[in-house]
Design a protein around this ligand. Structure first.
Ligand SMILES: [Fe+2]
Length: 453
Protein backbone atom coordinates (compact mmCIF):
# COMPACT_ATOMS: atom_id res chain seq x y z
CA UNK A 1 0.00 0.00 0.00
CA UNK A 2 1.65 3.22 -1.14
CA UNK A 3 -0.88 5.69 0.17
CA UNK A 4 -2.99 5.94 3.29
CA UNK A 5 -4.98 8.88 4.60
CA UNK A 6 -3.43 8.86 8.10
CA UNK A 7 -0.72 11.43 7.50
CA UNK A 8 -0.04 14.93 8.82
CA UNK A 9 -2.76 15.88 11.30
CA UNK A 10 -4.39 12.47 11.14
CA UNK A 11 -1.18 10.53 11.86
CA UNK A 12 -2.21 8.04 14.57
CA UNK A 13 -0.68 7.74 18.02
CA UNK A 14 0.62 4.36 19.13
CA UNK A 15 0.18 4.46 22.89
CA UNK A 16 -2.54 4.89 25.46
CA UNK A 17 -1.58 7.53 28.03
CA UNK A 18 -2.90 8.49 31.45
CA UNK A 19 -1.69 11.79 32.89
CA UNK A 20 -2.84 13.57 36.04
CA UNK A 21 -2.88 17.20 37.21
CA UNK A 22 -2.12 18.79 33.89
CA UNK A 23 -0.32 22.08 33.56
CA UNK A 24 -2.64 24.99 32.80
CA UNK A 25 -2.05 28.47 31.43
CA UNK A 26 -4.82 30.86 32.46
CA UNK A 27 -7.71 29.88 34.66
CA UNK A 28 -10.15 27.01 34.03
CA UNK A 29 -13.69 28.26 34.76
CA UNK A 30 -14.84 26.70 38.02
CA UNK A 31 -18.23 25.84 36.52
CA UNK A 32 -16.65 23.46 34.00
CA UNK A 33 -17.02 20.20 35.90
CA UNK A 34 -17.03 17.23 33.58
CA UNK A 35 -15.19 15.77 30.61
CA UNK A 36 -14.31 17.06 27.17
CA UNK A 37 -14.27 13.94 24.99
CA UNK A 38 -13.38 13.53 21.33
CA UNK A 39 -13.44 10.49 19.06
CA UNK A 40 -11.52 9.82 15.87
CA UNK A 41 -10.01 7.09 13.71
CA UNK A 42 -6.66 5.83 15.00
CA UNK A 43 -5.61 2.63 13.22
CA UNK A 44 -3.75 0.11 15.38
CA UNK A 45 -1.33 -0.30 12.50
CA UNK A 46 -0.92 1.52 9.22
CA UNK A 47 -0.41 -1.90 7.62
CA UNK A 48 -3.99 -2.90 8.47
CA UNK A 49 -6.85 -2.71 5.97
CA UNK A 50 -8.59 -0.31 8.38
CA UNK A 51 -5.85 2.22 7.59
CA UNK A 52 -6.82 2.28 3.92
CA UNK A 53 -9.75 4.68 4.47
CA UNK A 54 -10.13 7.67 6.77
CA UNK A 55 -13.56 6.46 7.89
CA UNK A 56 -12.42 2.94 8.82
CA UNK A 57 -9.64 3.40 11.40
CA UNK A 58 -10.33 1.99 14.87
CA UNK A 59 -11.91 4.61 17.13
CA UNK A 60 -9.82 6.24 19.84
CA UNK A 61 -11.29 8.60 22.42
CA UNK A 62 -9.26 11.43 23.91
CA UNK A 63 -10.62 12.88 27.13
CA UNK A 64 -9.77 15.64 29.60
CA UNK A 65 -11.49 15.74 32.97
CA UNK A 66 -11.97 19.23 34.49
CA UNK A 67 -13.03 19.82 38.09
CA UNK A 68 -13.00 22.83 40.40
CA UNK A 69 -10.69 24.80 38.15
CA UNK A 70 -8.22 21.95 37.71
CA UNK A 71 -7.44 19.63 34.82
CA UNK A 72 -7.52 16.33 36.69
CA UNK A 73 -6.59 13.96 33.92
CA UNK A 74 -6.01 13.23 30.27
CA UNK A 75 -6.65 9.80 28.86
CA UNK A 76 -6.70 8.35 25.35
CA UNK A 77 -8.22 4.91 24.82
CA UNK A 78 -9.03 2.74 21.85
CA UNK A 79 -12.62 1.59 21.71
CA UNK A 80 -12.33 -2.16 22.23
CA UNK A 81 -14.58 -3.96 19.82
CA UNK A 82 -13.80 -7.69 19.73
CA UNK A 83 -11.00 -7.34 17.18
CA UNK A 84 -9.27 -4.47 19.01
CA UNK A 85 -9.59 -6.28 22.34
CA UNK A 86 -7.88 -9.38 20.89
CA UNK A 87 -5.12 -7.31 19.30
CA UNK A 88 -4.46 -5.72 22.69
CA UNK A 89 -4.38 -9.12 24.42
CA UNK A 90 -7.76 -8.73 26.08
CA UNK A 91 -10.99 -10.70 26.08
CA UNK A 92 -13.78 -9.41 23.82
CA UNK A 93 -16.48 -7.76 25.95
CA UNK A 94 -19.51 -9.29 24.25
CA UNK A 95 -20.71 -11.02 21.11
CA UNK A 96 -23.65 -8.64 20.72
CA UNK A 97 -23.81 -7.16 17.22
CA UNK A 98 -26.28 -5.97 14.60
CA UNK A 99 -26.05 -8.30 11.58
CA UNK A 100 -22.58 -9.43 12.64
CA UNK A 101 -21.11 -5.93 12.25
CA UNK A 102 -18.62 -5.30 15.03
CA UNK A 103 -16.83 -1.99 14.51
CA UNK A 104 -14.82 0.11 16.96
CA UNK A 105 -16.89 3.32 16.64
CA UNK A 106 -14.69 6.23 15.55
CA UNK A 107 -17.07 9.05 14.69
CA UNK A 108 -18.59 10.66 17.77
CA UNK A 109 -18.67 10.30 21.55
CA UNK A 110 -21.82 11.30 23.39
CA UNK A 111 -23.16 11.48 26.91
CA UNK A 112 -26.60 9.85 26.73
CA UNK A 113 -28.63 9.48 29.94
CA UNK A 114 -25.57 8.90 32.08
CA UNK A 115 -23.85 6.61 29.59
CA UNK A 116 -20.74 7.51 27.60
CA UNK A 117 -21.19 6.14 24.09
CA UNK A 118 -18.82 5.92 21.13
CA UNK A 119 -20.97 6.04 18.00
CA UNK A 120 -20.72 5.28 14.30
CA UNK A 121 -23.17 4.98 11.42
CA UNK A 122 -23.98 2.41 8.72
CA UNK A 123 -25.26 -0.43 10.88
CA UNK A 124 -22.92 -1.17 13.78
CA UNK A 125 -23.85 -0.72 17.44
CA UNK A 126 -22.46 2.02 19.66
CA UNK A 127 -19.97 1.03 22.34
CA UNK A 128 -20.41 2.08 25.93
CA UNK A 129 -17.35 3.45 27.72
CA UNK A 130 -16.74 3.98 31.41
CA UNK A 131 -16.19 7.42 32.93
CA UNK A 132 -12.44 6.74 32.64
CA UNK A 133 -12.88 5.61 29.01
CA UNK A 134 -12.48 1.88 29.53
CA UNK A 135 -14.66 -0.10 27.12
CA UNK A 136 -17.73 -1.64 28.76
CA UNK A 137 -19.20 -3.20 25.60
CA UNK A 138 -21.61 -2.81 22.70
CA UNK A 139 -24.86 -1.03 23.56
CA UNK A 140 -28.32 -1.77 22.16
CA UNK A 141 -30.02 0.28 24.88
CA UNK A 142 -30.99 -2.80 26.90
CA UNK A 143 -32.49 -4.53 23.90
CA UNK A 144 -34.48 -1.52 22.68
CA UNK A 145 -32.51 -0.92 19.49
CA UNK A 146 -33.85 -2.94 16.52
CA UNK A 147 -30.75 -2.43 14.34
CA UNK A 148 -27.72 -0.18 14.38
CA UNK A 149 -27.60 3.38 15.65
CA UNK A 150 -26.18 6.63 14.24
CA UNK A 151 -23.06 8.73 14.63
CA UNK A 152 -25.00 11.97 15.06
CA UNK A 153 -27.99 12.50 17.32
CA UNK A 154 -30.04 15.58 18.18
CA UNK A 155 -31.53 16.28 21.59
CA UNK A 156 -34.74 18.29 21.85
CA UNK A 157 -33.91 20.69 24.67
CA UNK A 158 -37.58 21.15 25.61
CA UNK A 159 -38.73 17.52 25.71
CA UNK A 160 -35.47 15.73 26.51
CA UNK A 161 -36.12 13.40 23.57
CA UNK A 162 -33.00 12.21 21.76
CA UNK A 163 -33.44 11.59 18.04
CA UNK A 164 -31.30 9.46 15.73
CA UNK A 165 -31.54 8.24 12.12
CA UNK A 166 -30.08 4.78 11.44
CA UNK A 167 -29.26 3.27 8.06
CA UNK A 168 -27.78 0.00 6.84
CA UNK A 169 -26.89 -1.21 3.34
CA UNK A 170 -29.16 -4.24 3.75
CA UNK A 171 -32.26 -2.18 4.53
CA UNK A 172 -34.89 -0.75 2.18
CA UNK A 173 -35.53 2.03 4.66
CA UNK A 174 -33.92 4.43 7.10
CA UNK A 175 -34.97 4.16 10.72
CA UNK A 176 -35.95 7.05 12.96
CA UNK A 177 -35.18 6.28 16.61
CA UNK A 178 -36.37 8.24 19.65
CA UNK A 179 -34.99 7.77 23.16
CA UNK A 180 -36.47 9.35 26.25
CA UNK A 181 -34.43 11.21 28.85
CA UNK A 182 -33.73 7.91 30.64
CA UNK A 183 -32.02 6.51 27.53
CA UNK A 184 -34.85 4.10 26.73
CA UNK A 185 -35.87 3.58 23.09
CA UNK A 186 -39.49 4.71 23.11
CA UNK A 187 -40.24 4.84 19.38
CA UNK A 188 -38.85 3.68 16.07
CA UNK A 189 -40.24 4.30 12.61
CA UNK A 190 -39.04 2.89 9.29
CA UNK A 191 -39.03 5.35 6.39
CA UNK A 192 -38.88 3.62 2.98
CA UNK A 193 -35.94 4.94 0.95
CA UNK A 194 -34.58 3.44 -2.27
CA UNK A 195 -30.95 2.57 -3.14
CA UNK A 196 -29.60 2.47 0.46
CA UNK A 197 -28.16 5.99 0.61
CA UNK A 198 -25.56 7.11 3.11
CA UNK A 199 -26.99 9.41 5.79
CA UNK A 200 -24.43 10.96 8.10
CA UNK A 201 -26.48 13.57 9.95
CA UNK A 202 -30.00 14.98 9.90
CA UNK A 203 -31.74 17.97 11.47
CA UNK A 204 -34.41 18.49 14.10
CA UNK A 205 -36.98 21.26 14.48
CA UNK A 206 -39.90 21.55 16.90
CA UNK A 207 -42.20 20.12 14.22
CA UNK A 208 -39.98 17.97 12.01
CA UNK A 209 -37.14 15.52 11.67
CA UNK A 210 -35.32 16.64 8.51
CA UNK A 211 -33.95 13.74 6.46
CA UNK A 212 -31.39 14.21 3.69
CA UNK A 213 -31.93 11.71 0.85
CA UNK A 214 -28.96 12.55 -1.38
CA UNK A 215 -27.25 10.74 -4.26
CA UNK A 216 -24.52 8.86 -2.38
CA UNK A 217 -25.73 5.27 -2.26
CA UNK A 218 -24.43 1.78 -1.50
CA UNK A 219 -22.63 0.45 -4.55
CA UNK A 220 -22.47 -3.29 -5.08
CA UNK A 221 -20.20 -2.68 -8.07
CA UNK A 222 -17.65 -0.87 -5.92
CA UNK A 223 -18.02 -3.52 -3.20
CA UNK A 224 -17.20 -6.21 -5.75
CA UNK A 225 -14.20 -4.18 -6.91
CA UNK A 226 -12.95 -4.21 -3.33
CA UNK A 227 -13.75 -0.63 -2.29
CA UNK A 228 -13.26 -0.44 1.47
CA UNK A 229 -16.24 1.89 1.82
CA UNK A 230 -18.57 1.03 -1.07
CA UNK A 231 -20.74 4.12 -1.19
CA UNK A 232 -20.61 6.20 -4.36
CA UNK A 233 -22.07 9.28 -6.03
CA UNK A 234 -25.09 8.02 -7.92
CA UNK A 235 -26.55 10.45 -10.49
CA UNK A 236 -29.48 8.06 -10.96
CA UNK A 237 -30.69 8.64 -7.41
CA UNK A 238 -33.00 11.66 -7.04
CA UNK A 239 -32.02 14.28 -4.41
CA UNK A 240 -34.66 15.30 -1.92
CA UNK A 241 -35.19 16.38 1.63
CA UNK A 242 -37.83 14.75 3.80
CA UNK A 243 -39.75 16.50 6.56
CA UNK A 244 -40.93 13.81 8.97
CA UNK A 245 -43.73 15.25 11.07
CA UNK A 246 -43.01 14.59 14.73
CA UNK A 247 -46.77 14.78 15.36
CA UNK A 248 -48.11 12.42 12.69
CA UNK A 249 -45.11 10.46 11.41
CA UNK A 250 -45.94 11.45 7.83
CA UNK A 251 -43.08 12.48 5.56
CA UNK A 252 -43.29 15.32 3.01
CA UNK A 253 -40.56 15.12 0.38
CA UNK A 254 -39.23 18.15 -1.47
CA UNK A 255 -36.81 17.90 -4.38
CA UNK A 256 -33.40 19.56 -3.99
CA UNK A 257 -30.50 19.98 -6.44
CA UNK A 258 -27.96 17.11 -6.32
CA UNK A 259 -25.38 17.76 -3.60
CA UNK A 260 -23.92 16.16 -0.50
CA UNK A 261 -24.28 17.04 3.19
CA UNK A 262 -22.37 15.55 6.08
CA UNK A 263 -23.36 18.01 8.79
CA UNK A 264 -26.18 20.19 10.05
CA UNK A 265 -25.45 23.38 11.96
CA UNK A 266 -29.05 23.82 13.14
CA UNK A 267 -32.62 24.03 11.85
CA UNK A 268 -35.89 25.63 12.91
CA UNK A 269 -39.50 26.17 11.89
CA UNK A 270 -40.45 29.51 10.36
CA UNK A 271 -44.21 29.50 9.91
CA UNK A 272 -44.99 26.72 7.45
CA UNK A 273 -41.39 26.68 6.26
CA UNK A 274 -38.31 25.00 7.65
CA UNK A 275 -34.87 26.64 7.73
CA UNK A 276 -31.88 24.30 7.69
CA UNK A 277 -28.31 25.55 8.01
CA UNK A 278 -25.73 23.02 6.90
CA UNK A 279 -22.38 22.38 5.27
CA UNK A 280 -22.95 21.44 1.63
CA UNK A 281 -20.66 19.90 -0.98
CA UNK A 282 -21.37 20.10 -4.72
CA UNK A 283 -20.67 16.34 -4.88
CA UNK A 284 -18.93 13.69 -2.78
CA UNK A 285 -17.81 10.05 -3.06
CA UNK A 286 -17.44 10.31 -6.82
CA UNK A 287 -16.38 6.82 -7.92
CA UNK A 288 -16.45 5.89 -4.19
CA UNK A 289 -13.52 8.25 -3.53
CA UNK A 290 -13.63 10.57 -0.55
CA UNK A 291 -11.33 13.13 -2.17
CA UNK A 292 -13.46 14.20 -5.10
CA UNK A 293 -16.43 16.52 -5.11
CA UNK A 294 -15.57 20.14 -4.44
CA UNK A 295 -15.49 22.63 -1.60
CA UNK A 296 -17.82 22.55 1.42
CA UNK A 297 -19.68 25.81 2.09
CA UNK A 298 -22.03 26.96 4.83
CA UNK A 299 -25.49 27.21 3.27
CA UNK A 300 -29.06 27.93 4.36
CA UNK A 301 -31.92 25.88 2.96
CA UNK A 302 -35.49 27.04 3.18
CA UNK A 303 -37.97 24.24 2.58
CA UNK A 304 -41.71 24.69 2.23
CA UNK A 305 -43.44 21.31 2.52
CA UNK A 306 -46.85 22.79 1.65
CA UNK A 307 -45.79 24.63 -1.52
CA UNK A 308 -43.12 21.98 -2.24
CA UNK A 309 -40.48 24.65 -2.77
CA UNK A 310 -36.80 24.89 -1.89
CA UNK A 311 -34.32 27.76 -1.89
CA UNK A 312 -30.62 27.80 -1.06
CA UNK A 313 -28.56 30.76 0.19
CA UNK A 314 -24.79 30.80 0.74
CA UNK A 315 -23.88 31.96 4.24
CA UNK A 316 -20.10 31.59 3.86
CA UNK A 317 -18.21 30.36 0.81
CA UNK A 318 -14.93 29.56 2.58
CA UNK A 319 -14.10 25.87 2.90
CA UNK A 320 -15.19 24.81 6.39
CA UNK A 321 -16.71 21.90 8.25
CA UNK A 322 -17.68 20.56 11.68
CA UNK A 323 -20.45 23.05 12.54
CA UNK A 324 -21.59 23.33 16.17
CA UNK A 325 -23.86 25.67 18.09
CA UNK A 326 -25.45 26.27 21.49
CA UNK A 327 -27.48 23.07 21.81
CA UNK A 328 -29.91 24.74 24.20
CA UNK A 329 -31.33 26.09 20.91
CA UNK A 330 -31.38 22.89 18.84
CA UNK A 331 -34.40 23.10 16.56
CA UNK A 332 -35.10 26.73 17.51
CA UNK A 333 -34.27 30.10 15.95
CA UNK A 334 -30.68 30.91 16.89
CA UNK A 335 -27.97 33.41 16.08
CA UNK A 336 -24.47 31.94 16.47
CA UNK A 337 -22.63 29.02 14.92
CA UNK A 338 -19.05 27.76 15.08
CA UNK A 339 -17.10 25.92 12.38
CA UNK A 340 -13.57 24.66 11.78
CA UNK A 341 -11.38 25.16 8.77
CA UNK A 342 -8.43 22.84 9.18
CA UNK A 343 -6.82 21.96 5.92
CA UNK A 344 -6.50 18.30 6.87
CA UNK A 345 -10.14 18.08 7.93
CA UNK A 346 -11.12 19.08 4.43
CA UNK A 347 -7.91 17.94 2.79
CA UNK A 348 -9.96 15.74 0.58
CA UNK A 349 -10.83 18.90 -1.31
CA UNK A 350 -7.30 19.36 -2.52
CA UNK A 351 -4.92 17.15 -4.48
CA UNK A 352 -2.22 15.53 -2.34
CA UNK A 353 0.58 17.62 -3.84
CA UNK A 354 -1.01 20.99 -3.10
CA UNK A 355 1.31 23.00 -0.89
CA UNK A 356 -0.17 25.23 1.78
CA UNK A 357 1.10 28.34 -0.02
CA UNK A 358 -0.80 27.29 -3.13
CA UNK A 359 -4.18 27.02 -1.50
CA UNK A 360 -6.87 29.38 -2.74
CA UNK A 361 -7.84 32.30 -0.52
CA UNK A 362 -10.98 30.63 0.71
CA UNK A 363 -8.92 27.84 2.24
CA UNK A 364 -8.41 29.05 5.74
CA UNK A 365 -6.18 26.68 7.63
CA UNK A 366 -6.10 25.97 11.35
CA UNK A 367 -8.94 28.41 11.80
CA UNK A 368 -12.11 28.49 13.87
CA UNK A 369 -14.95 30.68 12.65
CA UNK A 370 -17.73 32.20 14.75
CA UNK A 371 -20.76 33.04 12.64
CA UNK A 372 -23.23 35.75 13.60
CA UNK A 373 -26.14 34.66 11.42
CA UNK A 374 -28.28 37.66 12.37
CA UNK A 375 -25.64 40.19 11.36
CA UNK A 376 -24.27 38.06 8.51
CA UNK A 377 -20.73 38.44 9.83
CA UNK A 378 -17.95 36.09 10.84
CA UNK A 379 -14.98 36.24 13.16
CA UNK A 380 -12.04 34.04 12.22
CA UNK A 381 -9.55 32.90 14.80
CA UNK A 382 -6.41 31.53 13.19
CA UNK A 383 -3.96 29.24 14.93
CA UNK A 384 -0.47 28.52 13.72
CA UNK A 385 0.76 26.09 11.13
CA UNK A 386 0.64 22.52 12.41
CA UNK A 387 -2.06 23.36 14.98
CA UNK A 388 -4.49 20.90 13.38
CA UNK A 389 -7.44 22.59 15.02
CA UNK A 390 -10.57 20.48 15.26
CA UNK A 391 -14.31 20.73 15.85
CA UNK A 392 -15.36 23.68 18.09
CA UNK A 393 -17.61 22.42 20.90
CA UNK A 394 -19.72 25.13 22.57
CA UNK A 395 -20.34 24.86 26.32
CA UNK A 396 -22.90 27.32 27.75
CA UNK A 397 -22.15 29.29 30.87
CA UNK A 398 -24.67 32.18 31.20
CA UNK A 399 -28.11 32.84 29.79
CA UNK A 400 -27.11 34.57 26.56
CA UNK A 401 -26.70 32.37 23.50
CA UNK A 402 -22.97 32.98 23.13
CA UNK A 403 -22.23 33.31 26.85
CA UNK A 404 -19.99 30.30 27.21
CA UNK A 405 -16.85 28.62 25.99
CA UNK A 406 -15.60 26.98 22.83
CA UNK A 407 -13.43 23.93 23.44
CA UNK A 408 -11.13 22.16 21.01
CA UNK A 409 -7.78 20.39 20.83
CA UNK A 410 -4.98 22.43 19.26
CA UNK A 411 -1.58 20.92 18.62
CA UNK A 412 1.55 22.82 19.49
CA UNK A 413 4.20 21.74 16.97
CA UNK A 414 7.03 23.23 19.06
CA UNK A 415 6.08 21.08 22.01
CA UNK A 416 5.06 18.08 19.90
CA UNK A 417 1.94 17.86 22.04
CA UNK A 418 -1.62 19.15 22.15
CA UNK A 419 -3.45 21.71 24.23
CA UNK A 420 -7.09 21.75 25.17
CA UNK A 421 -7.95 25.38 24.40
CA UNK A 422 -10.91 26.99 26.18
CA UNK A 423 -11.98 30.12 24.30
CA UNK A 424 -14.45 32.74 25.51
CA UNK A 425 -17.22 32.62 22.90
CA UNK A 426 -18.04 36.31 23.35
CA UNK A 427 -14.40 37.33 22.84
CA UNK A 428 -13.67 34.83 20.13
CA UNK A 429 -10.41 36.30 18.90
CA UNK A 430 -9.17 37.27 22.36
CA UNK A 431 -6.92 35.32 24.69
CA UNK A 432 -8.07 31.85 25.70
CA UNK A 433 -9.64 31.64 29.15
CA UNK A 434 -7.42 28.64 29.75
CA UNK A 435 -5.05 26.37 27.88
CA UNK A 436 -4.57 22.87 29.27
CA UNK A 437 -1.24 21.39 28.24
CA UNK A 438 -1.44 17.69 27.43
CA UNK A 439 1.69 15.55 27.47
CA UNK A 440 1.16 14.10 23.99
CA UNK A 441 -0.02 14.92 20.49
CA UNK A 442 -3.71 14.46 19.67
CA UNK A 443 -4.37 13.51 16.05
CA UNK A 444 -7.14 15.25 14.17
CA UNK A 445 -10.37 13.37 14.62
CA UNK A 446 -14.06 13.75 14.07
CA UNK A 447 -16.56 14.73 16.77
CA UNK A 448 -16.69 15.30 20.48
CA UNK A 449 -18.80 16.43 23.40
CA UNK A 450 -18.62 18.24 26.67
CA UNK A 451 -20.19 15.81 29.13
CA UNK A 452 -20.95 17.67 32.35
CA UNK A 453 -20.77 15.65 35.58
FE1 LIG B 1 -19.99 13.86 11.41
Amino acid sequence: MTSHPYRDGFAPVTEEITAYDLEVTGRIPAELNGRYLRNGPNPLSLDDPSASHLFLGEGMIHGVRLRDGRAEWYRNRWVRNAAVARRLGEEPRSTLTHEGMDFAPNTHVLGIAGRTLATVEAGALPYEMSYELDTIGPCDFDGGLPGGFAAHTHLDPATGELHAMAYFFGWDHHQHIVLDDKGTVVRTRDIPIADAPMLHDFALTEKYVVIYDLPVTFSMAHAEQGASLPYAWNPGHASRVGLLSRATGEVSWVEVPPCWVFHTLNAYDDGDQVVVDLVRYPQRFVDARLDLGGTPTLDRWRVDPVAGTFTETRLDDRAQEFPRMDERLTGRPYRYGYTAAARDLIDVVYPDDTELEDLPDEAFDNTLIKHDLAAGTQQARQFGRGAYVGEPVFVPSGEAEDDGYVLTFVNNPDRGAADLVILPAQDFTGDPVATVHLPVRVPLGFHGSWVAD
